[in-house]
Design a protein around this ligand. Sequence first.
Ligand code: AMP
Length: 298
Amino acid sequence: MRTVDTFVDARALGSGCVGLVPTMGYFHEGHISLVEAARRECDTVTVSLFVNPLQFAPTEDLESYPRDLDRDAEMVEVAGTDVLFAPQLSEMYPDEPLTTVSVASVTEGMEGGMRPGHFDGVATVVAKLFAGITPDRAYFGRKDAQQLVTVRRMTTDLSFPTAIIGAPIVREQDGLALSSRNIYLDPAEREAARSISRGILAVADAVLVGERSGEELERIAAEPVNDEPGINLDYATFVDQDTASPLAGLNRPAFLSVAARVGRTRLLDNVHIDRVDGGWVPDVGIRLDEPSILYREA
Ligand code: AMP
């Protein structure tokens, strides 16, 4: 594996089909699953690691976001990465950008509503990575469902020749979706956080036994979070997979997204519901059978 910090070097090292995995680092098994998918499908696997200031509001955790380049480099090398692109701020934003990317409509609700400007920051940095690295394929987690919708739409609208691949959510043993921010949770917060995945898994079960009402699925997702002290629900919303707009009922591929705050940490989870062979199939992702590397190396 080569670690580089310029677009020129990252692009020069790509040959054949290039798969890009954009990240902000502090890797866990969710990131590794994206690298492994790219390894199976591409000739060159490039991982980008950049904590993007443009997608953080001034009140958010940009300064305290966990960072450890040596740890991260070792983990992605073992997983089969060819190129680790870890640019400095001056490479990504040589000047204050006058050109940014803003994706309308799909960014209005949920995270876009709660974090104004967040998806402009995401779309801008992903567009820069696509322009600078020219990947054939790019891998994103279903964990950040509205981000995936936004990136797909940006890619179509700007005619990037990059195929967007969405990969299943990787969960801890008790069901909590893996996030680099999970390391901030103390034991009581960690316990309260479990209520999110309890709701998400209950939604998947309800779909499997025939529930089709958006309102009822939202109620099922919200209930365990609302019943748990020490956690505050921001939203539980049932939306269309292509447009991220609310759906009254399950009549198109959809996802149900939950966001909640535990202490100072915001957590996201969702279940995608896909059309498979004429039926509705919930994708709750994959569960680890041992503690995450997040804790082993913390
Ligand atoms: P981040 O470093 O948080 O920006 O995440 C980089 C990529 O990893 C994004 O495409 C995320 O959606 C994805 N990701 C983060 N957590 C998970 C998870 N638990 N399972 C699958 N993908 C994930």
